[in-house]
Design a protein around this ligand. Structure first.
Ligand code: 0X9
Ligand code: CA
Ligand code: CA
Ligand code: ZN
Length: 557
């Protein structure tokens, strides 16, 4: 029999450390036996007629995610769903009878393999802080927290310390961090939210988010786009919305592959868990098609809207902020999904077109399909996106979308060699979301530019230019701006030459060449926030004008 750790990516056996792993394997199965994890099977269900699809829907299996074609769908089923499927009489084929055994045999890598893959990936992707976690390459919950802490230690000026936004059913904190310049200050800049792991078995979403955070931190100050966005946005991250479910997967499957989806509420009838992505309070329980009333189902929606502390935490966090855009990361299917979830319709104009434009832009390089949930998968009610967008009284509407990262072959626990590429293909969409075209129109906290800007030089001062202007006294939103709050930044022909304190209103630029025309850019910069105004440009020739000329209208009387 082949050991779970003998098979390597290159096919060679790793004998010297085999003993240690056999021991680990024995211990692991002992642990597993104790917690008796569900057996999940990968099944291909043939749905050749509309009647077959109806039969399937009416079987009450609470199907969630899978790969579908006209003729069949491939899904992961727990034992309860398996027995329901058998009763339907539909044709099916079991592709993988025991997913976890399959995962351990075919996907999990041993530490030596992980290490060399790690080296290769870091080199190829040019990242420093991001690395593999210990759970099949994915960070465990504890490792996510270590990453957040080390980011804050390394980049205290760009990322906040982690803050709890609430606790889970089992009392674990749900952590949030903010990336922005001056992360400790609410600068009133446009706010954008990224979350992951609503579903415990979708760790690639979390890896994608952490990878993006490192991209921001490591490229700040060198990449102009990253620098602009970090300076002018407040980017919030909740990498693990469902810590209990994720931790449960670690306990049952410490090497990765755990298939628990929901939270870990004890439903009191021998079943556990509410699907957090069916528990939000917008059109909650709209029908039984987009969510399930049955406690044992994978898509069980809970006893009431926001019955779960995890969704309450996200709700309260959103209500306390002014998020304008959000991405809730899930896996898989290479999709970008926008509202509505509960019906097959788009939000009213003009928002429908804004969503489409955003999605077209964001998916142009990774090729994800975009649309609403019904167009792409199946209807869902009580999901995060419908609430974030649809709830418009307790908070402003949020342009929220769900990426489903990875292909059908990646599944929920992709091969470790897919973690970096899948994260990388979502950096562009993440950046575009932060730009928020058509959603973030003007930053109300940007200052007003300097007024009446004049550059002047004449034959009496051929080597210098006198710049003058009137200081702004407000932000774009009308808030007062005092002289001590800002500087006027000056560029000559594109290069920064001076930063002048508010209240000065003039600057003399010396050492110029007589007869040469110079172009100056002036803009206001708020000291506390680095927020910048629009740029005002003026051009004038050194010593050039007005030329001294013979006096005219000259009379002698
Ligand atoms: O069923 C879900 O909750 C999501 N799929 S998953 O396999 N990750 O569970 C799809 C949710 C789609 N709905 C919206 N984005 N509105
Ligand atoms: Ca900021
Ligand atoms: Ca700023
Ligand atoms: Zn999901």
């Amino acid at each position: 029999m082949q050991s779970r750790f003998m098979r390597t990516a290159t096919g060679k056996a790793v004998v010297p450390i085999l003993m240690a792993f056999l021991l680990t394997a024995v211990f692991t199965s002992f642990l597993s036996a104790q917690t008796a994890p569900e057996v999940y099977s990968k099944v291909k269900i043939f749905t050749e007629s509309p009647q077959d699809l109806l039969t399937l829907r009416e079987a009450g299996m609470g199907l969630d995610h899978g790969y579908q074609t006209e003729k069949y769908l491939e899904v992961f089923l727990d034992s309860r769903q398996m027995s329901l499927l058998k009763k339907t009489g539909l044709n099916y084929e079991v592709l993988i009878p025991d997913w976890n055994a399959y995962y351990d045999q075919n996907i999990a890598m041993n530490p030596a393999e992980m290490k060399s893959l790690q080296r290769e990936m870091k080199k190829q992707y040019g990242v420093q802080g991001f690395e593999f976690g210990s759970m099949g390459g994915f960070y465990t919950l504890a490792e996510v927290l270590t990453e957040l802490d080390s980011m804050h230690l390394l980049y205290p000026n760009l990322i906040s310390a982690r803050q709890s936004i609430g606790t889970s059913v089992e009392g674990r904190d749900i952590w949030m961090v903010k990336i922005s310049d001056n992360p400790g200050i609410d600068e009133g800049e446009p706010e954008v939210l990224y979350t992951a792991l609503h579903h415990a078995r979708e760790p690639q979403g979390m890896m994608t988010v952490i990878y993006f955070m490192y991209q921001l931190l490591e490229n700040y100050g060198t990449d102009p786009e990253v620098t602009f966005l970090v300076n002018n946005r407040e980017l919030y991250f909740v990498p693990v919305v469902n810590p209990d479910g994720y931790e449960y997967n670690r306990q049952t499957n410490p090497n990765g592959g755990g298939m628990w989806r929901k939270n870990r509420l004890n439903n009191g009838d021998g079943t556990f868990g509410v699907d957090l992505n069916r528990n939000y309070g917008f059109q909650w329980a709209y029908d039984d098609n987009g969510s399930s009333p049955y406690t044992g189902d994978q898509t069980y929606r809970g006893t009431a809207p926001f019955s779960e502390p995890e969704t309450q935490a996200i709700r309260d966090f959103c209500n306390a902020h002014q998020f304008q855009l959000a991405l809730n990361y899930h896996t898989y299917s290479n999709l970008l999904i926008y509202p509505w979830g509960y019906i097959n319709a788009l939000p009213p104009a003009p928002d429908d077109q804004i969503f489409i434009n955003l999605a077209v832009d964001m998916t142009q390089f990774n090729g994800y399909a975009y649309g609403n949930a019904s167009q792409l998968l199946y209807p869902v009610n009580g999901d995060s996106d419908d609430w974030m967008y649809g709830e418009q009284t307790t908070k402003p509407k949020i342009f929220t979308m769900t990426p489903e990262v990875g292909s059908a072959s990646d599944g929920f626990w992709p091969n470790p060699n897919r973690i970096y590429p899948l994260a990388q293909e979502n950096v562009y969409p993440n950046l575009r979301l932060a730009w928020g075209d058509e959603v973030i129109t003007a930053d109300p906290l940007d200052p007003v530019p300097p007024g009446s800007v004049v550059a002047y030089s004449d034959y009496t001062t051929p080597a210098s230019m006198l710049l003058s202007w009137s200081d702004p006294n407000a932000l774009a939103n009308g808030d007062t701006l005092l002289p001590g709050d800002f500087t006027i930044e000056i560029e000559r022909d594109g290069a920064a030459i001076a930063s002048i304190a508010g209240g000065t209103e003039t600057y003399t630029d010396n050492g110029l060449a007589d007869g040469v025309m110079y172009t100056y850019n002036l803009y206001t910069k708020v000291v506390a926030t680095d927020s910048l105004s629009e740029v005002v440009s003026v051009s004038w020739t050194a010593g050039g004008a007005p030329q001294p000329s013979a006096p005219s209208n000259f009379f002698v009387t």
